[in-house]
Ligand binder design. Structure first.
Ligand SMILES: NC(=O)c1ccc[n+]([C@@H]2O[C@H](COP(=O)([O-])OP(=O)(O)OC[C@H]3O[C@@H](n4cnc5c(N)ncnc54)[C@H](O)[C@@H]3O)[C@@H](O)[C@H]2O)c1
Length: 366
């Protein structure tokens, strides 16, 4: 494709192969380079993708064949890498959260705006058929007026499987900042921006132990809340109840449900692109499957980057946008603030909910 956006990946860790694999099959984007502080990791990733060059981050930032930096570093480095990319005249698309805090995140958005560059951010799972079909059902009025929602994510912790899990337990990590972006991006897409939030948190264990990989058995400190509960008041009035935990061995909880004046909607796992959407209506009095009818089919991590490429060609904002990611980060930060102060916190940021994704379209084709 002649006008394909050239993508350079910075951060060749655990998630990078998933992105590289998707980018290799998507139109509108071409992966040209990969870089990491650990040169061996960059070389290992590039080796699987012919034509992709491995090198140091500075080299990638200076390269003419990179239009957008795909920032797959750890959350604590997201802002610094994004700012360096913007200073080098590159668009940026980053893994979640947008930054470790809203001050850093604002500096990224402001720098990009000044430079006339775009900022996109994960999660792009909300662009898949699962969430988009649920959104379409809500928009069709299947459950009447939304009143409330629940969002539950419980796990014993990522240190069981991740070879370098320390970042999950530092500020910018924890169950809320790590998994919250999937759930909150979904809730904001379904129910609109959030205006007020309250919460409570716990951190029952001071240390964790790596359970897999070459460093298994290593004990490291926990510096974040690992069990987070909260209530979000959306600007439209609906209330979402949230529980995000790294302290639960097992639970038989729904992922996301939305409750309306005329029924209920069961929304699939927002960490995945597809999944069953189920509807209960007051008239039918039973749960039925809602057939897939919206969203990018067969999507995977990287569709948000292709959607950013599409938006640059169209001159429209990206769907997995920096503004949405900033609002989500603000909601999470305010929730922790409210938990700390024992009050509720106002969320002063807002965002435009991105336009629905047409069924089956590949970004760049639509
Ligand atoms: N692992 C997953 O399953 C998963 C899934 C979805 C999203 N994510 C997100 O993806 C991001 C990366 O996660 P991961 O699991 O791949 O982490 P990881 O620790 O496996 O990899 C991160 C890589 O970034 C590199 N890095 C760190 N700072 C850097 C810098 N300043 N410049 C260049 N390289 C730098 C590290 O050397 C490392 O190779 C995180 O934001 C995480 O939340 C991870």
């Amino acid at each position: 494709m002649g006008d394909a956006l050239n993508v350079g990946i910075i951060g060749a860790g655990k998630i990078s192969a998933a992105y590289a694999t998707t980018l290799a099959r998507l139109p509108g984007v071409t992966m040209t380079r990969v870089a990491d502080l650990d040169a061996g990791r960059a070389a290992a990733l590039a080796a699987d993708f012919p034509g992709v060059r491995a090198g140091a981050p500075d080299e990638l930032l200076a390269a003419d064949d990179v239009d957008v930096v795909l920032n797959l570093t750890v959350p604590q480095a997201h802002a610094a890498v994004a700012l360096a990319a913007i200073a080098s005249g590159k668009h940026v698309y980053g893994e979640k959260p947008l930054a470790a805090d809203t001050t850093e995140a604002r500096s990224v958005l402001d720098a990009a705006a000044r430079a006339g560059l775009a900022v996109g951010c994960a999660p792009d799972t909300v662009l898949g058929t699962g969430l988009q079909t649920a959104r379409s059902s809500l928009a069709a009025g299947d459950i009447g007026t939304p009143v409330a929602a629940t969002a539950f994510m419980v796990t014993p912790g990522h240190e069981r499987w991740h070879p370098s899990p320390e970042f999950y337990y530092q500020p910018g990590g924890g169950p809320l900042f790590d998994m919250g972006p999937y759930y909150l991006s979904a809730l904001v897409t379904l129910l609109g921006p959030v205006r007020r939030v309250t919460g409570m948190t716990a951190a029952p264990r001071a240390t964790r132990e790596i359970g897999a990989g070459p460093r298994a058995g290593t004990v490291f400190p926990v510096n974040v809340a690992t069990h987070v509960t909260g209530v979000l008041e959306h600007a439209g009035g609906a209330l979402s109840t949230l529980m995000m935990s790294f302290d639960v061995w097992a639970g038989q909880l729904p992922r996301i449900e939305v409750y309306g004046s005329a029924g209920s909607l069961s929304v699939p796992d927002p960490n995945h692109f597809a999944g069953p959407v189920r509807l209960f209506t007051a008239t039918a009095q039973e749960w039925v499957d809602v057939p897939e009818r919206a969203g990018y089919r067969d999507a995977a991590r990287g569709y948000g980057v292709a959607d950013l490429a599409r938006s640059l060609r169209d001159g429209t904002p990206p769907r997995a946008s920096g503004d949405l990611a900033y609002h989500v980060l603000d909601v999470m930060e305010r929730l922790l603030e409210a938990a700390g102060s024992g009050t509720s916190a106002e969320v002063t940021s807002t965002c435009t909910v991105p336009p629905p994704v047409p069924f089956g379209a590949v970004p760049g084709d639509a």
